[in-house]
Design a protein around this ligand. Structure first.
Ligand SMILES: C[S@@+](CC[C@H](N)C(=O)[O-])C[C@H]1O[C@@H](n2cnc3c(N)ncnc32)[C@H](O)[C@@H]1O
Length: 305
C-alpha cells in the first residue's frame, strides 16, 4: 500500500530558525561589545589561579569575522560597536582588555577582523585549560572548524568542536574534572523557544555543577519572552548573580530591532561588579544611539548550595 504524503507547495520553503541566523551580520555590534567585554573579564578572573579550567561555548558561531567582506559588511553593524571604540585610548580596564584581545587579531592596527567568543576564549587558555565548542549550523561549524584547524597540533589538543545542539552538549561536559568552568550560553533567540531552553539548560547545568560560572547573553527586543527572561533568572531561589545590561537606543516603535542586551552572570567572580561599574558608563557614552541610552547593574549574593 502506498503511503499518502502531504502535498508541499513548490514555492513554500520553510527555513528553520537555527539555519536562518548568521552571526556575521551582527559581528562586532553593541551587543557583541558588551558580551565580549564581560567574557574577557571573566576569563581574566579564571586565569588568576594556576588550577586548570574549562570554557564551554554552547552557541559558538563561526569564531572569526572579516568585517569588510560578506555578511558583516552588508549591514556593517560593527560601525556602531567595535568601530566606535577601536581608536580610543582612554578605556577603563575591562574595556581596554577586550580591545587588546581584538587587537591581537588585527596586526598593523587597522580593524579588519572581529574575533568571536571561541577565539577570545582560546586566546585566554593556558597549557592546562580546555575549550569545548558547540555549533549547530553546518556552514558556521565548517568555518569554525577551519579557524582551529590552522592551530599547531599541541594547541588544537586543547579545543574540541562539535556540531551538536549546545543545550544538549552542555550536559555531557559538566561537571568538569578540573571543577572550574566558565560556560557561555549565547543562543540567537530567533526561535522564541530559546528563552525557555536557556532556563531549562541552566537548571540542568546547576544540578550537575552548582559552582560553575554561567554567562547568559540575552537581547533587549520588543518580545514578551525577552522581557521576562532576566526577571525569571533574578527570582531563581538561592542563586548568586550579576545582571549586566546596556541599552543603546529607545525600543523601536515597530518590529523586533535590538536596542540593547544583557549578560546574566551566575556565580560572578569577586571584582566583576566593580569593573563593570566603571566599564558600563563608558560604554553608554561611546555606543549611545539616542538620548535614552543607559546601563544597569543588579546583583544578588545569596549563597550557592
Ligand atoms: C549569537 S551566535 C554565537 C556568537 C558567539 N557566541 C560569539 O559571541 O562570537 C549564535 C550561534 O548559535 C548557533 N546555534 C543556534 N542554535 C543552536 C543550538 N541549539 N546549538 C548550537 N548552536 C546553535 C547559530 O548557528 C549561531 O552561530
Amino acid at each position: 500500500m502506498r503511503a499518502i504524503l502531504p502535498q508541499r507547495r513548490p514555492d513554500c520553503v520553510i527555513i528553520h530558525p537555527v539555519f536562518s541566523y548568521r552571526h556575521a551580520f551582527h559581528a562586532g555590534n553593541h551587543a557583541d561589545v558588551l558580551k565580549h567585554v564581560v567574557l574577557v573579564a571573566l576569563l581574566a578572573h579564571f586565569r588568576r589561579k594556576d588550577a586548570p579550567f574549562l570554557v564551554v561555548d554552547t552557541h559558538a558561531g563561526a569564531g572569526m569575522y572579516a568585517l569588510h567582506e560578506g555578511f558583516a559588511a552588508q549591514r556593517a553593524e560593527f560601525r556602531d560597536g567595535i568601530a566606535r571604540l577601536w581608536s580610543r585610548r582612554d578605556a577603563p580596564e575591562a574595556v581596554a582588555a577586550w580591545l587588546a584581545a581584538v587587537a591581537r587579531h588585527n596586526p598593523g592596527g587597522v580593524l579588519r577582523h572581529y574575533p568571536g567568543s571561541p577565539m577570545l576564549a582560546f586566546d585566554a587558555l593556558r597549557e592546562q585549560d580546555r575549550l569545548r565548542l558547540f555549533e549547530l549550523h553546518p556552514t558556521e561549524y565548517r568555518v569554525l572548524e577551519a579557524q582551529f584547524a590552522r592551530l599547531p597540533r599541541g594547541d588544537a589538543r586543547r579545543v574540541r568542536i562539535e556540531r551538536i545542539d549546545g543545550f544538549v552538549g552542555i550536559k555531557a561536559v559538566l561537571p568538569p574534572a578540573s571543577r572550574r568552568a566558565l560556560v557561555l550560553v549565547d543562543p540567537p533567540y530567533e526561535d522564541k523557544h530559546d528563552y525557555g531552553r536557556v532556563v531549562a539548560a541552566l537548571r540542568e547545568a546547576l544540578r550537575r555543577f552548582a559552582n560553575g560560572c554561567y554567562a547568559i547573553w540575552y537581547p533587549q527586543v520588543r518580545r514578551r519572552e525577552a522581557a521576562t527572561l532576566a526577571g525569571t533568572l533574578e527570582r531563581w531561589p538561592g542563586l548568586r548573580w550579576l545582571n549586566i545590561a546596556l541599552s543603546v537606543a529607545r525600543p523601536p516603535a515597530g518590529g523586533f530591532g535590538l536596542h540593547g542586551s544583557g549578560v546574566f552572570v551566575v556565580n560572578p567572580p569577586f571584582g566583576l561588579e566593580a569593573s563593570m561599574r566603571t566599564a558600563l558608563p563608558y560604554l553608554v557614552d561611546a555606543l549611545a544611539q539616542d538620548s535614552s541610552a543607559h546601563w544597569s547593574l543588579h546583583g544578588h549574593e545569596a549563597a550557592v548550595n
